[in-house]
Design a protein around this ligand. Structure first.
Ligand code: ADP
Length: 417
């Protein structure tokens, strides 16, 4: 679609301010809506080589997101093409949950954690009811406004624009929130992937650091199994049929209490139900919201009273780096833009980041299948060919992964002579 006078008119309506950061799909600017005076955040989405400009299908899909209106979902105010990019206008938010979790000056009480989780689940429940999955849940996608309200951001973008390219360093960290069925390459998945990610965020609120920090998809599964025990086929019957399934050495589950010593019994019960291996048995978001954890004492804090970082929002790129990845359990999640993953080397274990001005960024396999399964009932459909880009392909475990897995798990792979 050639740029129209109308889209130029819309673009002129927003007075561009500072860059807030660069995300998965492009740069995000602060701006003022000259018509309403409202401060907004504009996400400029690169659409690759688009000879004919931004196409209508993308806009139609995006406009569906405009219909998602809930107190715990970030509002998509407008969407318009301009100079070959798609511009998405969102309400401006002061901070995000990652900044809260990381802030050493903030004490999160059990009641505060309850509210942050409840707001997250409420936003998810609304979208799941409308058959939209988030698929990229992580603390920095949970934005927080000046009234303490938490809102889910980037809803549905992974589906509309294809999965984020995990070679971008900041995207690699999304792995930590990935459900085991995704890591085993499932092609058909549902709302359970968001529940698993929400469980990881719940765990991160309790621990004040990312819970399962895998340095590769295989390592991620290893970390999951070390925490919850290797799943047995009786626990998760469909597991062995998943495309990337490989047998892992059996390890028993340590008591959940040993991983979360400070959590209440109700918190642990909900956590274990959200971290259920079999997605068919995993608790739904609505069931999680109905769990007694939310009705038992202490009652959730009123959002307005939640502790938050100091109001001034610096661009994330310049946030202070005061994190030492070797600090052990007191390490907080480092500033997002300084999170880097080292290339996998023998003997490098544990936290997969280093705070380094000249990071060595490793080679990453692309994400496991991101394509919504054929059985999934969703309102949106997308022809990826219109973006001149193929849907992301699902990698299979290659020989490097196999030998890594063998070393890591001491498994025997027999090579026929
Ligand atoms: P990612 O794709 O990595 O999640 P985003 O594209 O969502 O990143 O955001 C990039 C930067 O813009 C981040 O610093 C984020 O905090 C900021 N940002 C995104 N949306 C908003 C918003 N609605 N209000 C204020 N800042 C935002």
């Amino acid at each position: 679609m050639p740029e129209t006078d109308l889209s130029k008119k819309v673009a002129d309506r927003y007075l561009k301010g500072e860059v807030l950061g660069e995300g998965t799909y492009g740069v995000v600017y602060k701006a003022i809506d000259s018509k309403t005076g409202q401060t907004v955040a504009i996400k400029k989405i690169r659409l690759g080589k688009q000879k004919e400009g931004v196409n209508f299908t993308a806009l139609r899909e995006i406009k569906l997101l405009k219909e998602l209106k809930d107190p715990n979902i970030i509002e998509l105010i407008d969407a318009f093409p301009h100079k070959g990019n798609l511009h998405l206008v969102f309400e401006f938010m002061e901070t995000d949950l990652e900044a809260v979790i990381r802030d050493r000056n903030i004490f999160l009480s059990p009641a505060d954690i309850k509210t942050y989780l409840q707001m997250t689940l409420k936003g998810l429940a609304y979208c799941h009811k409308k058959w939209v999955l988030h698929r990229d849940m992580k603390p920095n996608n949970l934005l927080i406004g000046s009234n303490g309200l938490l809102k889910l951001a980037d809803f549905g973008l992974a589906r509309i624009f294809g999965s984020p390219d995990r070679r971008f360093t900041h995207q690699v960290f999304a792995r930590w929130y990935r459900a085991p069925e995704l890591l085993f390459g499932t092609k058909q998945y549902g709302a359970g992937v968001d529940v698993w990610a929400a469980a990881c965020i719940f765990a991160e609120l309790l621990l004040r650091r990312p819970f399962l920090q895998g340095s590769s998809d295989i390592d991620q599964l290893g970390k999951i199994f070390a925490a919850f025990g290797t799943p047995t086929p009786s626990q998760w019957p469909d597991m062995i049929y998943l495309p990337d399934y490989v047998e892992y050495q059996f390890v028993p589950a340590p008591p959940l209490r040993s991983l979360f010593p400070m959590a209440s019994d109700d918190a642990l019960d909900l956590l274990s139900k959200m971290f259920t291996y079999d997605p068919n048995s995993r608790i739904s978001v609505q069931q999680a919201l109905d769990h007694r954890y939310f009705s038992s004492a202490p009652l959730p804090t009123i959002p307005d009273k939640l502790p938050r970082p100091a109001p001034k929002r610096e661009p994330l790129t310049s946030r202070n780096v005061d994190v030492n990845p070797h600090d052990g359990p007191t390490v907080l999640s480092p500033p997002r833009k300084s999170r880097r993953v080292m290339s996998e080397r023998e003997g490098v274990e544990g936290n997969a980041f280093q705070v380094d001005k000249n990071p060595r960024v490793g080679e990453f396999r692309p994400a496991v299948s991101e394509i919504m399964g054929g059985n999934e009932q969703v309102p949106m459909s997308m022809d990826f060919s219109i973006f001149a880009a193929k849907p992301p392909s699902r990698p299979t475990i290659n020989s490097v992964d196999r030998s890594h897995l063998k070393r890591k798990l001491d498994l025997e792979f027999q090579h026929p002579e």
